[in-house]
Write a protein that binds this ligand. Sequence first.
Ligand code: B4P
Length: 194
Amino acid sequence: MTDSSVAQTEVLLLMGPPGAGKGTQALKLAQARGLHKLSTGDMLRDHVKRGTDLGRQAKSIMDAGELVPDELIIAMVRAELEKQTPVRVLLDGFPRTAAQAEALDRLLSELQVSITAVVLLEVQEDELVKRLLSRAEREGRSDDNETTIRNRMQVYQRQTKPLIDYYQRSGQLRHVNGLGPVDEVLVRIAEVLP
Ligand code: B4P
């Protein structure tokens, strides 16, 4: 790999609890930095809509607020990352488990790229629930009801939060306050990125 291609690569990870604004910020951030946005939630919803095998397997899991099995998610992300030369991606909502984070490390090492930064959007739980219930009214997403939202929060605490320590230890984590107008949050994210 030449020096110039190394300079062109970029891998940003966007993490945070359900409702923190990952999808919202991912759209704007990817556009601002010329990155390809990979949102595992959007990809799964697209599979559900198209009625693929993966979509059929994922639908009831997502509706219950649980996580879709690691091997399905990892294969889906791998297929997308392998298409990219150079790799310039914003990963929204992935990884969400230790196994996904380890698989991502292996995949990036195969592709000879490294993580640029991991952005953690922080918002307190009462605001998260308020946002998701308000989206439920607007969009009617099947996993935005109070029971499922509560379970998604617990799943986040149990399976995804441990990754914060993982990325903290590697020195890649950037904490960002996710409260306030969307464009202000975007500015805060830009400020912590190289
Ligand atoms: P996701 O699609 O990632 O859903 P999410 O966590 O709720 O985040 P989302 O990005 O949609 O919402 P956002 O915070 O932007 O995942 C859905 C499901 O897919 C998971 O439960 C799981 O089953 C499955 N899945 C996805 N990835 C997986 C993986 N890697 N492994 C296994 N399973 C996986 O926005 C929420 C609301 O807040 C919006 O209405 C928005 O308008 C609003 N909002 C955003 N920013 C705001 C701000 N600054 N102020 C006020 N409101 C704001």
